[in-house]
Design a protein around this ligand. Structure first.
Ligand code: PLP
Length: 429
């Protein structure tokens, strides 16, 4: 495949945009080479600026669960745009989306819309602090909750890909209020709660982690967290920016059968437009301004175009919940096919999968937390990424990211992907 035009566009972008991108992981730093510039996309396919067609396994990092340019979403946005793009005043569509989300997700009464997952998590933590009157939070190494200061402590995703899990610019004062535990290690949380008794407002977690690759919670881990939080008067925040409306209508709360105190959303809830949200029971949500004292706001929050995209997306998912099973089945098929190729050829690997999230790690050891994920062989990963790309398959350009399957993918696409791996597997030995 030729990437001449993409490379030229990247060179031009680098003159005016730091690193040529508006979010670091797009720059291909972890895998080398120039990033691909997209011209358009439809269904499961990307069409790049050089005329190549690629099967897409990132779906804009999760939002496009039904595939690119999904008609009902596009039509809703076009119709809405004709009536004005932003008012800074209440609109009915905000309530429509809120009502639908509250009905789909267990254990929430109210939801507040923001513009990104970062804002959702940052606001959820402020709300937890305001509600409990405590300052500290616990997060898990390798979990990513956006780029707000409190979360850039051993953060996963792009932060770790670029070697700054603890970013310069985050003050010591902020960092000291974020306590760090290990994923799948309840004891590490217990130690922190013991040493900081009465000082912890919230534990924030990706209930199924997707930012150190896909990591599955071990038996009893999330249940144990729930019990510990209840016992200690700590709020449990599920960051469902990835898992919300992807694992099922009710997200990870429903999949795991565990209630969180606050839930955050992003990605699918915006149907591909910039939307984040956080939600909880009335008793917590009513602490927010204007009725309560915890301040939170946004010029473009609840933007009518974004709300109508989200409404069209959730309406589709609500009407056709079979899509979640269809996605999980496709992901299991891909997992099985890729595993067979890697096993047959003796390539050390781990494939982790939950619902329609999945990741491939080139290591012998089970990948259960940040430390084990970081042991993956990045040289092999680079060869894998570029080999698959040459074969027409676009994977996340970092081993610390999850694949997000979309329902426009056909079994033919999955077979094509497995074959693409078979074609390059010798390079991975
Ligand atoms: N939380 C999780 C679990 C995420 O995966 C992400 C982004 O990937 C965020 C929060 C931040 O969302 P955004 O990039 O929309 O700010």
């Amino acid at each position: 495949m030729v990437y001449q035009r993409s490379s030229a566009l990247f060179a031009e972008a680098r003159k005016y945009i730091p690193g040529g991108v508006n979010s670091p992981v797009r720059a291909f730093k972890a895998v080398g080479g120039d990033p691909i510039f997209v011209k358009s996309a439809k269904g499961a396919y990307l069409y790049d600026e050089d005329g190549n067609k690629l099967i897409d396994y990132i779906a804009s990092w999760g939002p496009l669960i039904l595939g690119h340019a999904y008609e009902p979403v596009i039509e809703a946005v076009i119709e809405k745009a004709k009536k004005g793009t932003s008012f800074g005043m209440p609109t009915e569509v905000e309530t429509e989306l809120a009502k639908l989300a509250v009905n789909m997700v267990p254990n929430i009464d109210k939801i507040r819309f923001v513009n990104s997952g970062t804002e959702a998590c940052m606001s959820a933590v402020r709300l937890a602090r305001g509600y409990t009157g405590k300052d500290k939070i616990i997060k898990f190494a390798g979990c990513y909750h956006g780029h707000s200061d409190s979360f850039l402590i051993q953060a996963g995703s792009g932060a770790v890909t670029f070697g700054s899990p603890n970013s310069p610019g985050v003050t010591q004062g902020t960092a000291k209020d974020t306590l760090l535990a290990n994923y799948n290690d309840l004891e590490s949380v217990k130690e922190l709660t013991k040493a900081n008794k009465g000082a912890i407002a919230a534990v924030i977690i990706e209930p199924i982690a997707g930012n150190m690759g896909c990591i599955i919670p071990s038996d009893g881990f999330i249940k144990g967290l729930r019990e510990l939080c209840t016992q200690e008067g700590i709020l449990l925040i599920f960051d469902e920016v990835m898992t919300g409306f992807r694992l099922g209508k009710g997200g990870a709360q429903e999949a795991l059968g565990i209630d969180a105190d606050i839930v955050t959303f992003g990605k699918v809830i915006g149907g591909g437009l910039p939307v984040g949200a956080f939600a909880a029971k009335d008793v917590i949500m009513d602490h927010l301004a204007p009725d309560g004292p915890v301040y939170q706001a946004g010029t473009l929050s609840g933007n009518p175009l974004a709300m109508s995209a989200g409404l069209a997306m959730l309406t589709e998912l609500e009407a056709n919940p079979k899509v979640f099973k269809s996605l999980a089945d496709k992901t299991a098929y891909l997992h099985k096919g890729m595993e067979e190729v890697l096993v047959k050829n003796g390539v050390p690997h781990q494939i982790n999968r939950y619902g329609s999230m999945m990741s491939v790690h080139f290591t012998d050891e089970p990948v259960v937390d940040f430390a084990s994920s970081a042991k993956g062989n990045n040289d092999t990963f680079k060869k894998y990424f570029h080999g698959m790309l040459r074969g027409g398959v676009y994977l996340p350009p970092s081993a610390f990211e999850s694949y997000f399957l979309n329902d426009a993918l056909t079994y033919g696409d999955l077979d094509f992907t497995i074959k693409a791996l078979d074609n390059i597997v010798d390079e991975l030995k």
